[in-house]
Design a protein around this ligand. Structure first.
Ligand code: NA7
Length: 552
């Protein structure tokens, strides 16, 4: 079939490819969505901007990139065979290992034939008459489908600050999320690293080992905890595989959708000795990482408890970093609650500052001014550099969606709808945008959880809804405005009940100049959210309007 497209005043015929469902993105979400929808009998096409599958794990190939959720949790649970045949080699998998896993998934479930790589979606428009979506890629290809699933990821639109004069810099510069596939050789180089979030904290130790000199430019000191990463030996792996059902069951009932033992007691319910022992145990003995964020039941809700944990981490930083001046700079300030910005999980981050070839620049005292031909200029001095690395994060949760010109009913643009911040029903659907689903979108637990777990939950739930709709002859699934308003209110209220409210983090969009301040995730936790989804489904998909074709 052919559609028409105006080009230079001429009508040219453009071939339109028709599907039941178009999925945008071939990361964890897109791959599973494809598998699940295809198994349900839908004709599906995945459009992926990258030249390979993997999404986040395709793009973020910087040195030291690894997941801060344990591999045995950060993996699909939908296939018991996949669980058994894949051997994770480390507690926290590296980016290359996760990318290998996702490529294995693509091959094993024969997904590639339905994935169009190198296809960046530029626009998506809902047709009010056919109730279908029409998509255009940057190359001008046109696709149309009844359902549009945005599997574009929460941390996929890189954010690089405007730095005056960067064009004049004679050296090379890179962003953590747009890393060259061939890698970067830092040997003998003077490297400047801007940003000390998860990406910066992961790469600093590795760059420091290779480079002649590493200068870390820090704006905000964040909390980082030891990963306590280890290899998974054969016996442990065998046992883990045998215990997968139990492991997944625990994850299902945990706040973050993974196996992080949570202390059910508040700090006040424990003695001073017990509190110290609990924090010490989680810092090292229990296996490190995000276990620290579950150290007391009230760590994210009680200011005094949070301060206790903050002080504990600060004491660890002071113990680790030999130069007291540098240690103080690395200690997060009192106005940043522990965990309120995404907690960093590191291997030897603080230790790195004991090296002779590493320097810390405090951008609060000495702000960045501009790039120069030979490096970076801060107010007080010039820093001579061969390479600049931006580990400056993402336009989280909304960036990738708003990069596409999405238009719903009557041509309403998503950019307009979200001008004051994202609004969704359940973090996956929007009034005025029928038949469109966002996997782990704004207003869902998403980035506060093991995202693979949340992805599976969303894909399973939306597919059940779509299958039911297909059975009932429904052509249009749409969130009501009332349901969306109520959910937005619920999310906003939930956020204010926690200490997340106290930080200027990307959870609030605070890292993007001009971005509306809206908490971008649902803080109620994965189990509470699952119960809400279950109840919506049981109550005839309450909050959705399901329209069947009118019989003539
Ligand atoms: P993050 O966590 O957003 O960290 C970005 C870092 O870059 C953070 O330290 C920022 O400081 C810093 N930054 C951003 N803009 C600037 C400017 N203009 N000048 C100086 N420093 C700046 O991104 P990551 O990639 O590390 O991690 C993102 C998520 O990926 C992470 O949370 C995990 O979920 C995985 P700031 O704190 O804003 O002062």
């Amino acid at each position: 079939m052919f559609g028409h497209m105006a080009q230079k005043g001429l009508k040219v015929k453009t071939e339109v490819s028709h599907f039941d469902m178009i999925v945008v993105g071939a990361g964890f979400a897109g791959l599973y969505q494809l598998h699940k929808a295809r198994n349900a009998g839908l004709k599906v096409k995945v459009l992926e901007a990258g030249e390979g599958v993997g999404g986040t794990w395709f793009w973020n190939q910087y040195p030291g990139a690894r997941c801060d959720v344990e591999s045995l949790d950060y993996s699909y649970s939908f296939s018991k065979e996949l669980e058994q045949e894949w051997d994770w080699s480390e507690r926290y998998a590296t980016q290359p290992e996760i990318l290998r896993y996702l490529n294995h998934v693509a091959d094993r479930f024969e997904l590639r034939k339905d994935i169009h790589l190198g296809a960046r979606v530029a626009a998506a428009r809902f047709d009010d008459i056919t109730h279908r979506w029409i998509l255009t890629t940057g190359a001008g290809e046109v696709y149309e489908a009844q359902y549009l699933v945005m599997a574009t990821g929460g941390l996929s639109a890189p954010q690089r600050p405007t730095l005056a004069n960067l064009d004049a810099f004679a050296g090379a510069w890179y962003h953590s999320a747009q890393w060259p596939k061939a890698g970067v050789d830092f040997s003998g180089k003077k490297v400047g690293l801007i940003g000390t979030g998860s990406s910066g904290v992961q790469m600093a130790p590795l760059i420091a080992e290779q480079a002649a000199q590493l200068t870390v430019f820090q704006r905000t000191a964040n909390f980082s905890v030891p990963a306590e990463n280890t290899l998974i030996d054969a016996a442990t792996l065998r046992q883990a595989k045998a215990n997968y059902p139990q492991r997944r069951a625990i994850a299902l009932e945990s706040y973050g959708g993974s196996n992080l033992p949570a202390n059910p007691r508040t700090a006040k319910e424990m003695t001073a000795e017990e509190r110290i022992a609990e924090m010490e145990f989680r810092w090292r003995g229990a296996g490190g990482g995000h276990r620290m964020q579950r150290v007391f039941a009230d760590v994210m809700t009680d200011t005094a408890t949070n301060k206790l944990v903050s002080d504990f981490v600060r004491s660890k930083i002071r113990e680790t970093v030999r130069d007291p001046r540098v240690a103080e700079l690395l200690c997060p300030k009192e106005d940043l609650p522990f965990g309120a910005k995404r907690l960093c999980v590191d291997s030897n981050y603080y230790e790195t500052f004991n090296r002779d070839n590493v320097e810390l620049v405090d951008l609060v005292a000495d702000p960045l001014v501009a790039a120069t031909e030979r490096g970076l200029r801060t107010v007080e001095r010039d820093h001579e550099l061969d390479v600049i690395v931006f580990a400056t994060g993402f336009d989280a949760m909304t960036g990738a969606l708003l990069a596409i010109d999405i238009r719903g009913m009557h041509g309403q643009s998503l950019r307009d709808k979200w001008a004051n911040g994202p609004t969704t029903y359940l973090g996956m659907s929007m009034a005025g945008f029928p038949n469109l689903f966002i996997i782990t979108g704004p207003g869902s637990p998403s980035v506060l959880t093991n995202v693979v777990h949340s992805i599976e939950a969303h894909v399973d739930w939306t597919m059940a809804l779509i299958e039911r709709a297909r059975k009932d002859g429904v052509v249009r699934i749409e969130a009501t405005q009332q349901a969306e308003n109520a959910w937005v209110e619920e999310c906003a209220h939930a956020a204010t009940t926690t200490l997340y409210a106290k930080a200027n983090s990307w959870y609030w969009g605070a890292n993007i100049p001009g971005k509306p301040r809206v908490f971008l995730a649902y803080v109620g936790g994965a189990p509470a959210y699952r119960k809400i989804l279950e109840s919506v489904a049981v109550n005839q998909y309450q909050g959705f309007k399901l329209s069947a074709l009118k019989r003539r």
